[in-house]
Design a protein around this ligand. Structure first.
Ligand code: DLL
Length: 447
């Protein structure tokens, strides 16, 4: 079902008209209420009158994560404290978190866009939803929770982690839809299969996966293991949380952006120049309707492309590709740009390699060294002999060396780079314990 038939099927001209009208209001709103934007506009030499429609968007300055950090915690809020009825925060890798706030109307918009995401993922009123995104300051849990309730879906607010309990609930409560990070879905799938539970004994039919990057190859792996549809949901706290975009279960061909609320652009990460449809660059969003924390041309740091082709599901909303990497987590190894998603996609094409891996970067004699540590599948491990990894019986060593060589070759072809490969026994690579998983371990010291 399409949750908001009207908004999700507007013609391009109607959408642009709506966006232009909302953009005009937004620019006047932030100019009146947020000193930071008053200064930014003055520096750019523009006034709200210069912004008449979305074609004027590029006249506006960008907003960056550092601007939020510089005004920590509430300096970019556009409403008085009393009107903020919820805050969330995303934990940065270093230092203080990014704090975001919501008015009552913002929470209504958030519930609306999350309801659309659930519908995109195949949910309908009357279904039950096991929500394994973390509840708390992270936006995943509560964002999806209110979207589901708004839709009339029964929520099981289990939050992240505690795999045994997740499985018990999947079996005993029989939800129709589940949401978690893709890395955690893999943890769950492996545990289910280890426990000998037949996924077809479960009612769950769709997994809504996001909050971290994942690949098409991972989708295939998860859909086969769990016998479900696995769909991609994207969002970020600064823009609203989950609910910025979501793939449709029908086509699974790019995530539909709720562009009546979040106006997307893709720009060259170096120059900031807008890039044409289909080209990968940095995603930028302007919040068209947010009250507490409106953001103009917010640089997400996520790399993806856009398409405006209507989808076979009937929606006309613009779609974004998967996030292929982040501006700041692109790994540069000996001058070659590598994204972890390329490593994942390549690894998953090799038979006997499990979708659990880590990338370790070190520097030796001023040279970068990249090591990919990949687990072998339990079947391979059991067949080749559990003690092989320690004791090296002759024949099995041959097979392991062959596999290692195959992985090395596949990665070289995919990345254009020689990397060291270490095969690990099952269970040795990092696992998601319920939330986002960090797979890149960068031990290089600068200089
Ligand atoms: O992760 C919001 C969210 C919750 C999205 C639940 C989806 C589901 P943050 O913690 O602020 O918010 O992290 C946002 O996570 O800029 C991306 O780099 C990454 N990210 C989120 N979804 C995806 C995805 C939530 N589907 C940051 N694919 C974003 C790739 C994603 N990366």
């Amino acid at each position: 079902m399409i949750w908001n038939e009207k908004m999700e099927t507007l013609s391009r001209a109607e959408m642009q008209e709506l966006q232009s009208e909302r953009l005009r209001k937004l620019v006047a709103y932030v100019h009146e209420r947020v000193p930071f934007y008053q200064r930014q506009f003055a520096e750019a030499g523009i006034t709200p009158a210069d912004i008449q429609d979305i074609r004027d968007l590029t006249k506006l300055p960008f907003t960056r994560k550092s601007d939020l950090r510089d005004h920590y915690p509430f300096g970019l809020f556009a409403v008085p404290r009393e009107e903020v009825i919820r805050v969330h925060a995303s934990s940065g890798t270093t230092g203080k978190p990014t704090v975001v706030g919501y008015t009552r109307d913002d929470l209504q918009v958030w519930a609306e866009v999350c309801a659309r995401c659930l519908a995109l993922s195949g949910a309908k009123p009357g279904d039950w939803f096991q929500n394994a995104y973390g509840y708390g300051l992270f936006t995943g849990g509560l964002g999806m929770h209110y979207g589901a309730e708004y839709m009339g879906v029964g929520v099981i607010p289990v939050s992240g982690g505690n795999t045994a309990r997740q499985i018990m609930i999947l079996q005993d409560f029989q939800p129709d839809i589940m949401a978690c990070t893709p890395s955690y879905a893999l943890t769950l799938a492996d545990r289910l299969l280890e426990a000998g539970i037949d996924p077809s004994s479960l009612r769950v039919r769709s997994f809504i996966l996001g909050a971290e990057p994942w690949t098409e190859e991972m989708r295939q792996e998860l859909e086969a293991k769990l016998q479900v549809d696995a769909v991609n949901i994207y969002g970020l706290s600064e823009i609203i949380g989950p609910g910025v975009s979501n793939e449709c279960v029908e086509a699974k061909d790019g995530a539909h952006i709720m562009e009546d609320h979040f106006l997307p652009e893709v720009v060259d990460p170096e120059t900031g120049e807008p890039l044409p449809e289909g080209q990968v660059g940095e995603l930028v969003f302007t919040t068209l309707t947010k009250q507490a924390l409106p953001l103009i041309r917010y640089r997400t740091g996520d790399l993806a492309s856009l398409t405006y082709e209507p989808c076979s599901c009937g929606r006309t909303l613009a779609r974004m590709s998967r996030v292929v990497g982040r501006v700041d987590d692109m790994i540069i190894v000996r001058g070659v740009n590598v994204f972890p998603s390329q490593v994942e996609a390549a690894l998953l094409t090799v038979e006997h390699v499990a979708p659990h891996y880590a990338i370790v970067l070190t520097r030796e004699d001023h040279l970068d060294r990249m090591e990919v540590q990949a687990e072998v599948t339990p079947e391979f491990f059991n067949r080749v002999g559990a003690e092989v990894f320690g004791r090296h019986p002759f024949e099995a060593v041959g097979e392991i060396q062959q596999l290692q060589e195959r992985v090395r070759y596949t990665l070289r072809e995919a990345l254009g780079l020689n990397v060291a490969v270490t095969l690990l026994p099952p269970g040795q690579a990092p696992r998601s314990e319920g939330g986002k998983l960090r797979r890149v371990i960068d031990k290089r010291v600068l200089k």
